[in-house]
Design a protein around this ligand. Structure first.
Ligand SMILES: O=C(O)C(=O)C[C@@H](O)[C@H](O)[C@H](O)COP(=O)(O)O
Ligand SMILES: [Zn+2]
Length: 362
Protein backbone atom coordinates (compact mmCIF):
# COMPACT_ATOMS: atom_id res chain seq x y z
CA UNK A 1 0.00 0.00 0.00
CA UNK A 2 1.55 3.33 -1.10
CA UNK A 3 0.56 6.25 1.10
CA UNK A 4 1.27 9.94 0.41
CA UNK A 5 -0.22 12.89 2.27
CA UNK A 6 -3.96 12.06 2.41
CA UNK A 7 -3.75 9.85 -0.66
CA UNK A 8 -3.72 6.08 -0.48
CA UNK A 9 -2.88 3.97 -3.52
CA UNK A 10 -3.49 0.22 -3.57
CA UNK A 11 -2.12 -1.46 -6.70
CA UNK A 12 -4.06 -4.47 -8.04
CA UNK A 13 -2.33 -6.92 -10.40
CA UNK A 14 -4.52 -9.44 -12.21
CA UNK A 15 -3.95 -11.48 -15.38
CA UNK A 16 -6.47 -9.28 -17.17
CA UNK A 17 -5.19 -5.90 -16.01
CA UNK A 18 -3.03 -4.00 -13.54
CA UNK A 19 -4.64 -0.92 -12.05
CA UNK A 20 -4.81 1.12 -8.86
CA UNK A 21 -7.39 1.93 -6.24
CA UNK A 22 -6.92 5.58 -5.22
CA UNK A 23 -8.47 6.86 -2.01
CA UNK A 24 -8.47 10.64 -1.59
CA UNK A 25 -10.85 13.29 -0.33
CA UNK A 26 -12.09 15.56 -3.15
CA UNK A 27 -10.96 13.16 -5.88
CA UNK A 28 -13.96 14.13 -8.08
CA UNK A 29 -12.42 17.56 -8.64
CA UNK A 30 -9.00 16.31 -9.70
CA UNK A 31 -9.59 13.35 -11.97
CA UNK A 32 -6.81 14.47 -14.32
CA UNK A 33 -4.33 13.37 -11.63
CA UNK A 34 -5.62 9.80 -11.81
CA UNK A 35 -6.61 9.17 -15.41
CA UNK A 36 -4.47 6.21 -16.55
CA UNK A 37 -1.99 7.31 -19.22
CA UNK A 38 -2.88 4.17 -21.23
CA UNK A 39 -6.31 5.72 -21.98
CA UNK A 40 -6.80 8.48 -24.55
CA UNK A 41 -10.58 8.88 -24.87
CA UNK A 42 -12.28 11.57 -26.93
CA UNK A 43 -15.56 11.06 -25.07
CA UNK A 44 -16.07 9.97 -21.48
CA UNK A 45 -19.45 8.39 -20.72
CA UNK A 46 -20.66 8.96 -17.14
CA UNK A 47 -23.14 6.27 -16.07
CA UNK A 48 -25.01 7.27 -12.93
CA UNK A 49 -28.43 7.08 -11.29
CA UNK A 50 -30.70 10.12 -11.04
CA UNK A 51 -30.02 10.77 -7.34
CA UNK A 52 -26.24 10.54 -7.49
CA UNK A 53 -26.02 12.41 -10.78
CA UNK A 54 -28.11 15.29 -9.40
CA UNK A 55 -25.73 15.57 -6.46
CA UNK A 56 -22.29 15.00 -8.02
CA UNK A 57 -22.68 14.73 -11.82
CA UNK A 58 -21.90 18.34 -12.77
CA UNK A 59 -18.85 18.41 -10.50
CA UNK A 60 -17.41 15.36 -12.24
CA UNK A 61 -18.32 16.73 -15.68
CA UNK A 62 -16.41 19.97 -14.96
CA UNK A 63 -13.38 17.99 -13.86
CA UNK A 64 -13.41 15.96 -17.10
CA UNK A 65 -14.10 19.00 -19.30
CA UNK A 66 -11.01 20.61 -17.75
CA UNK A 67 -9.01 17.84 -19.43
CA UNK A 68 -10.43 18.91 -22.82
CA UNK A 69 -12.63 15.82 -23.10
CA UNK A 70 -16.28 15.53 -24.16
CA UNK A 71 -18.72 14.16 -21.54
CA UNK A 72 -21.73 11.99 -22.39
CA UNK A 73 -23.93 11.49 -19.30
CA UNK A 74 -26.23 8.44 -19.21
CA UNK A 75 -28.59 8.65 -16.25
CA UNK A 76 -31.03 5.93 -15.12
CA UNK A 77 -33.62 5.56 -12.31
CA UNK A 78 -32.08 4.67 -8.93
CA UNK A 79 -32.73 1.20 -7.47
CA UNK A 80 -31.98 -2.51 -7.82
CA UNK A 81 -34.69 -2.88 -10.51
CA UNK A 82 -32.41 -0.94 -12.89
CA UNK A 83 -29.80 -3.71 -12.78
CA UNK A 84 -31.60 -5.34 -15.69
CA UNK A 85 -31.13 -6.44 -19.29
CA UNK A 86 -33.71 -3.82 -20.29
CA UNK A 87 -31.60 -1.03 -18.76
CA UNK A 88 -28.40 -2.43 -20.28
CA UNK A 89 -30.05 -2.35 -23.73
CA UNK A 90 -31.10 1.25 -23.18
CA UNK A 91 -27.52 2.21 -22.29
CA UNK A 92 -26.08 0.34 -25.33
CA UNK A 93 -28.45 2.35 -27.52
CA UNK A 94 -27.37 5.64 -25.95
CA UNK A 95 -23.70 4.71 -26.42
CA UNK A 96 -24.38 3.93 -30.10
CA UNK A 97 -26.27 7.21 -30.58
CA UNK A 98 -23.32 9.09 -29.08
CA UNK A 99 -20.87 7.25 -31.39
CA UNK A 100 -18.87 5.73 -28.53
CA UNK A 101 -15.89 3.69 -29.80
CA UNK A 102 -13.32 1.45 -28.12
CA UNK A 103 -11.03 4.45 -27.72
CA UNK A 104 -13.57 6.05 -25.36
CA UNK A 105 -14.29 5.04 -21.81
CA UNK A 106 -17.02 4.74 -19.20
CA UNK A 107 -16.96 6.19 -15.68
CA UNK A 108 -19.49 4.63 -13.29
CA UNK A 109 -20.50 7.17 -10.63
CA UNK A 110 -22.66 5.64 -7.90
CA UNK A 111 -23.33 2.67 -5.66
CA UNK A 112 -23.28 -1.07 -6.29
CA UNK A 113 -26.13 -1.06 -8.83
CA UNK A 114 -24.38 1.58 -10.95
CA UNK A 115 -20.98 -0.12 -10.80
CA UNK A 116 -22.39 -3.57 -11.61
CA UNK A 117 -24.66 -2.33 -14.41
CA UNK A 118 -22.16 0.15 -15.89
CA UNK A 119 -19.37 -2.42 -15.61
CA UNK A 120 -21.56 -5.02 -17.35
CA UNK A 121 -22.21 -2.59 -20.21
CA UNK A 122 -18.48 -1.72 -20.40
CA UNK A 123 -17.57 -5.42 -20.56
CA UNK A 124 -19.98 -6.17 -23.41
CA UNK A 125 -20.36 -3.00 -25.51
CA UNK A 126 -18.14 -3.52 -28.59
CA UNK A 127 -16.87 -6.64 -26.71
CA UNK A 128 -15.39 -4.42 -24.04
CA UNK A 129 -14.39 -0.79 -23.59
CA UNK A 130 -12.33 0.65 -20.71
CA UNK A 131 -14.11 1.68 -17.52
CA UNK A 132 -13.30 3.32 -14.22
CA UNK A 133 -15.32 2.91 -11.03
CA UNK A 134 -16.16 5.94 -8.85
CA UNK A 135 -18.08 4.35 -5.95
CA UNK A 136 -20.22 6.67 -3.81
CA UNK A 137 -21.59 4.31 -1.12
CA UNK A 138 -19.76 2.31 1.54
CA UNK A 139 -20.74 -1.03 0.05
CA UNK A 140 -19.38 0.07 -3.32
CA UNK A 141 -16.23 1.67 -1.87
CA UNK A 142 -15.25 -1.37 0.20
CA UNK A 143 -16.53 -4.16 -2.01
CA UNK A 144 -18.47 -4.05 -5.27
CA UNK A 145 -16.23 -1.61 -7.18
CA UNK A 146 -13.18 -3.81 -6.61
CA UNK A 147 -12.29 -7.07 -8.30
CA UNK A 148 -14.16 -6.91 -11.60
CA UNK A 149 -17.38 -8.83 -10.85
CA UNK A 150 -19.95 -7.05 -13.05
CA UNK A 151 -23.50 -8.30 -13.56
CA UNK A 152 -27.21 -7.73 -13.99
CA UNK A 153 -30.12 -9.52 -12.31
CA UNK A 154 -32.16 -11.88 -14.50
CA UNK A 155 -35.49 -13.61 -13.68
CA UNK A 156 -35.39 -12.20 -10.13
CA UNK A 157 -31.97 -13.82 -9.49
CA UNK A 158 -29.15 -11.63 -8.24
CA UNK A 159 -26.07 -11.23 -10.52
CA UNK A 160 -27.29 -14.11 -12.69
CA UNK A 161 -25.67 -12.83 -15.91
CA UNK A 162 -22.33 -11.07 -15.94
CA UNK A 163 -18.59 -11.36 -16.35
CA UNK A 164 -15.22 -10.83 -14.72
CA UNK A 165 -14.05 -7.55 -16.17
CA UNK A 166 -11.45 -5.54 -14.28
CA UNK A 167 -11.78 -1.75 -14.27
CA UNK A 168 -8.90 0.52 -15.34
CA UNK A 169 -9.06 2.28 -11.99
CA UNK A 170 -11.12 2.77 -8.84
CA UNK A 171 -11.34 6.30 -7.44
CA UNK A 172 -12.70 6.56 -3.90
CA UNK A 173 -13.66 9.79 -2.14
CA UNK A 174 -14.57 9.11 1.54
CA UNK A 175 -16.13 12.60 1.77
CA UNK A 176 -19.01 11.40 -0.42
CA UNK A 177 -20.18 9.22 2.49
CA UNK A 178 -21.16 12.29 4.52
CA UNK A 179 -24.46 12.65 2.64
CA UNK A 180 -25.29 8.93 2.75
CA UNK A 181 -28.61 8.00 4.47
CA UNK A 182 -28.24 5.81 7.60
CA UNK A 183 -29.66 2.71 5.91
CA UNK A 184 -26.84 2.80 3.33
CA UNK A 185 -24.23 3.11 6.08
CA UNK A 186 -25.69 -0.02 7.69
CA UNK A 187 -25.80 -1.74 4.31
CA UNK A 188 -22.06 -1.19 3.90
CA UNK A 189 -21.30 -2.27 7.46
CA UNK A 190 -22.56 -5.79 6.62
CA UNK A 191 -19.66 -6.19 4.16
CA UNK A 192 -17.12 -4.37 6.37
CA UNK A 193 -17.86 -6.80 9.22
CA UNK A 194 -17.57 -9.68 6.72
CA UNK A 195 -13.95 -8.71 5.93
CA UNK A 196 -13.03 -8.76 9.61
CA UNK A 197 -14.71 -12.15 10.07
CA UNK A 198 -12.91 -13.86 7.19
CA UNK A 199 -9.46 -12.26 7.37
CA UNK A 200 -8.72 -9.75 10.12
CA UNK A 201 -9.75 -10.03 13.73
CA UNK A 202 -8.03 -6.65 14.31
CA UNK A 203 -10.74 -5.02 12.19
CA UNK A 204 -13.44 -6.65 14.34
CA UNK A 205 -11.77 -5.32 17.52
CA UNK A 206 -11.56 -1.86 15.95
CA UNK A 207 -15.26 -1.91 14.97
CA UNK A 208 -16.23 -3.13 18.45
CA UNK A 209 -14.62 -0.02 19.92
CA UNK A 210 -16.54 2.33 17.57
CA UNK A 211 -20.18 2.96 16.70
CA UNK A 212 -22.23 4.42 13.84
CA UNK A 213 -21.22 7.99 14.80
CA UNK A 214 -17.61 7.60 15.84
CA UNK A 215 -16.74 5.54 12.79
CA UNK A 216 -16.86 8.70 10.60
CA UNK A 217 -13.36 9.85 11.53
CA UNK A 218 -12.00 6.36 10.71
CA UNK A 219 -13.57 5.79 7.29
CA UNK A 220 -10.43 6.38 5.24
CA UNK A 221 -8.50 3.78 7.21
CA UNK A 222 -11.37 1.25 7.27
CA UNK A 223 -12.02 1.57 3.53
CA UNK A 224 -8.29 1.07 2.88
CA UNK A 225 -8.22 -2.05 5.09
CA UNK A 226 -11.18 -3.60 3.22
CA UNK A 227 -9.75 -2.68 -0.21
CA UNK A 228 -6.37 -4.16 0.76
CA UNK A 229 -7.97 -7.45 1.92
CA UNK A 230 -10.12 -7.73 -1.20
CA UNK A 231 -7.23 -6.71 -3.47
CA UNK A 232 -4.98 -9.45 -2.05
CA UNK A 233 -7.65 -12.12 -2.51
CA UNK A 234 -8.60 -11.02 -6.04
CA UNK A 235 -4.93 -10.95 -7.10
CA UNK A 236 -4.63 -14.63 -6.12
CA UNK A 237 -7.95 -15.73 -7.65
CA UNK A 238 -9.63 -13.19 -9.94
CA UNK A 239 -11.99 -15.79 -11.42
CA UNK A 240 -13.59 -17.06 -8.19
CA UNK A 241 -12.20 -20.60 -8.49
CA UNK A 242 -11.08 -20.97 -4.87
CA UNK A 243 -9.84 -18.38 -2.38
CA UNK A 244 -12.09 -15.62 -3.74
CA UNK A 245 -15.14 -17.61 -2.66
CA UNK A 246 -14.22 -16.63 0.91
CA UNK A 247 -15.57 -13.16 0.04
CA UNK A 248 -18.95 -14.86 -0.33
CA UNK A 249 -19.24 -15.52 3.44
CA UNK A 250 -22.89 -15.00 4.39
CA UNK A 251 -23.96 -14.72 0.75
CA UNK A 252 -25.49 -18.18 0.13
CA UNK A 253 -28.31 -17.38 2.49
CA UNK A 254 -27.86 -13.63 1.95
CA UNK A 255 -28.79 -13.79 -1.74
CA UNK A 256 -31.77 -16.01 -0.84
CA UNK A 257 -33.00 -13.51 1.78
CA UNK A 258 -32.53 -10.64 -0.67
CA UNK A 259 -34.30 -12.46 -3.51
CA UNK A 260 -37.16 -13.82 -1.39
CA UNK A 261 -37.77 -10.26 -0.16
CA UNK A 262 -37.81 -9.16 -3.82
CA UNK A 263 -34.90 -6.81 -3.12
CA UNK A 264 -37.32 -4.61 -1.13
CA UNK A 265 -37.39 -6.10 2.39
CA UNK A 266 -33.65 -6.08 3.05
CA UNK A 267 -30.63 -4.37 1.51
CA UNK A 268 -27.71 -6.52 0.33
CA UNK A 269 -25.65 -5.77 3.47
CA UNK A 270 -28.59 -6.56 5.76
CA UNK A 271 -29.15 -9.85 3.94
CA UNK A 272 -25.46 -10.75 4.26
CA UNK A 273 -25.66 -9.95 7.99
CA UNK A 274 -28.56 -12.41 8.36
CA UNK A 275 -26.67 -14.99 6.27
CA UNK A 276 -23.47 -14.70 8.37
CA UNK A 277 -25.40 -14.85 11.63
CA UNK A 278 -27.61 -17.87 10.84
CA UNK A 279 -24.84 -19.93 9.19
CA UNK A 280 -22.36 -19.28 12.01
CA UNK A 281 -24.91 -20.23 14.66
CA UNK A 282 -25.27 -23.64 12.97
CA UNK A 283 -21.56 -24.22 12.28
CA UNK A 284 -20.78 -23.38 15.90
CA UNK A 285 -23.37 -25.97 17.02
CA UNK A 286 -21.67 -28.46 14.69
CA UNK A 287 -18.26 -27.58 16.24
CA UNK A 288 -16.91 -26.30 12.92
CA UNK A 289 -16.62 -22.83 14.45
CA UNK A 290 -14.87 -21.96 17.72
CA UNK A 291 -17.27 -21.50 20.64
CA UNK A 292 -18.35 -17.91 21.30
CA UNK A 293 -17.90 -16.62 17.74
CA UNK A 294 -21.66 -16.40 17.02
CA UNK A 295 -22.29 -14.35 20.15
CA UNK A 296 -19.46 -11.94 19.27
CA UNK A 297 -20.59 -11.65 15.65
CA UNK A 298 -24.23 -11.04 16.56
CA UNK A 299 -23.33 -8.39 19.13
CA UNK A 300 -21.27 -6.52 16.56
CA UNK A 301 -23.97 -6.74 13.89
CA UNK A 302 -26.51 -5.35 16.34
CA UNK A 303 -24.10 -2.60 17.41
CA UNK A 304 -24.34 -1.38 13.80
CA UNK A 305 -28.13 -1.90 13.68
CA UNK A 306 -28.00 -4.90 11.38
CA UNK A 307 -30.49 -7.81 11.54
CA UNK A 308 -29.32 -11.22 12.76
CA UNK A 309 -32.35 -13.26 11.70
CA UNK A 310 -35.41 -13.06 9.46
CA UNK A 311 -39.03 -14.17 9.49
CA UNK A 312 -39.01 -14.94 5.73
CA UNK A 313 -40.17 -18.60 5.53
CA UNK A 314 -37.59 -21.17 4.35
CA UNK A 315 -39.83 -22.37 1.51
CA UNK A 316 -39.52 -18.91 -0.05
CA UNK A 317 -35.74 -18.91 0.22
CA UNK A 318 -34.79 -22.42 -0.93
CA UNK A 319 -35.31 -21.86 -4.69
CA UNK A 320 -32.67 -19.11 -4.55
CA UNK A 321 -30.08 -21.45 -3.02
CA UNK A 322 -30.10 -23.48 -6.23
CA UNK A 323 -28.60 -20.53 -8.11
CA UNK A 324 -25.63 -20.05 -5.79
CA UNK A 325 -22.49 -19.65 -7.91
CA UNK A 326 -20.54 -21.81 -5.48
CA UNK A 327 -22.65 -24.80 -6.50
CA UNK A 328 -20.99 -27.53 -8.59
CA UNK A 329 -23.17 -30.52 -9.52
CA UNK A 330 -24.60 -32.04 -6.34
CA UNK A 331 -22.25 -30.05 -4.07
CA UNK A 332 -22.20 -26.50 -2.77
CA UNK A 333 -19.24 -24.82 -1.11
CA UNK A 334 -20.07 -22.99 2.10
CA UNK A 335 -17.80 -20.39 3.66
CA UNK A 336 -17.38 -21.25 7.33
CA UNK A 337 -15.62 -19.31 10.09
CA UNK A 338 -13.19 -21.57 11.90
CA UNK A 339 -12.59 -18.71 14.35
CA UNK A 340 -13.03 -14.96 14.28
CA UNK A 341 -10.72 -13.63 11.53
CA UNK A 342 -10.34 -16.95 9.72
CA UNK A 343 -12.64 -18.60 7.19
CA UNK A 344 -12.40 -21.86 5.26
CA UNK A 345 -14.17 -23.28 2.21
CA UNK A 346 -16.41 -26.17 3.21
CA UNK A 347 -18.01 -28.20 0.39
CA UNK A 348 -21.18 -30.11 1.37
CA UNK A 349 -23.81 -32.09 -0.50
CA UNK A 350 -26.48 -29.70 -1.74
CA UNK A 351 -29.12 -32.03 -0.33
CA UNK A 352 -27.61 -31.45 3.14
CA UNK A 353 -27.27 -27.69 2.94
CA UNK A 354 -30.26 -27.10 5.25
CA UNK A 355 -28.33 -28.70 8.13
CA UNK A 356 -25.78 -25.88 7.93
CA UNK A 357 -28.20 -23.04 7.32
CA UNK A 358 -31.10 -23.83 9.62
CA UNK A 359 -30.22 -26.98 11.53
CA UNK A 360 -32.54 -29.40 9.70
CA UNK A 361 -32.76 -30.78 6.15
CA UNK A 362 -34.60 -28.57 3.67
O1 LIG B 1 -16.20 -10.04 -5.03
C1 LIG B 1 -16.58 -11.15 -4.66
O2 LIG B 1 -16.07 -12.20 -5.10
C2 LIG B 1 -17.67 -11.29 -3.69
O3 LIG B 1 -18.17 -12.38 -3.46
C3 LIG B 1 -18.11 -10.06 -2.98
C4 LIG B 1 -19.57 -10.04 -2.61
O4 LIG B 1 -19.69 -9.21 -1.47
C5 LIG B 1 -20.46 -9.42 -3.68
O5 LIG B 1 -21.77 -9.29 -3.16
C6 LIG B 1 -20.52 -10.18 -4.99
O6 LIG B 1 -21.19 -9.43 -5.96
C7 LIG B 1 -21.26 -11.49 -4.89
O7 LIG B 1 -21.00 -12.22 -6.03
P1 LIG B 1 -21.78 -13.52 -6.49
O8 LIG B 1 -20.74 -14.22 -7.28
O9 LIG B 1 -22.20 -14.27 -5.26
O10 LIG B 1 -22.94 -13.04 -7.29
ZN1 LIG C 1 -21.79 -8.84 -1.07
Amino acid sequence: MIEEAHMIEIPIKTEQRTYSIHIERGILDKVENYFPTSLAPKTVVIISDQNVYARYGKRLERSINNMGLVVQPIVFPAGEQSKSMHMAMDIYRQCMDAGITRQDCILTLGGGVTGDLGGFVASTYLRGIPFIQIPTTIIAQVDSSIGGKVAINVCGRKNQVGSFYQPHGVWIDPDLLRTLPKRFIRDGMGEVIKYGCIREERLITQLEALDEQRIYSHWEEIIATCCRIKGEIVQHDAYDRGERQLLNFGHTLGHAVEGAGQFQSYTHGESVAIGMSLLTAQTETLHLTEAGVTERLRQLLQQYHLPITTDIPWEKMTPFLQQDKKRRGDKITLVVLSRMGQAVLYPVLFSAVGIYLKGTAI
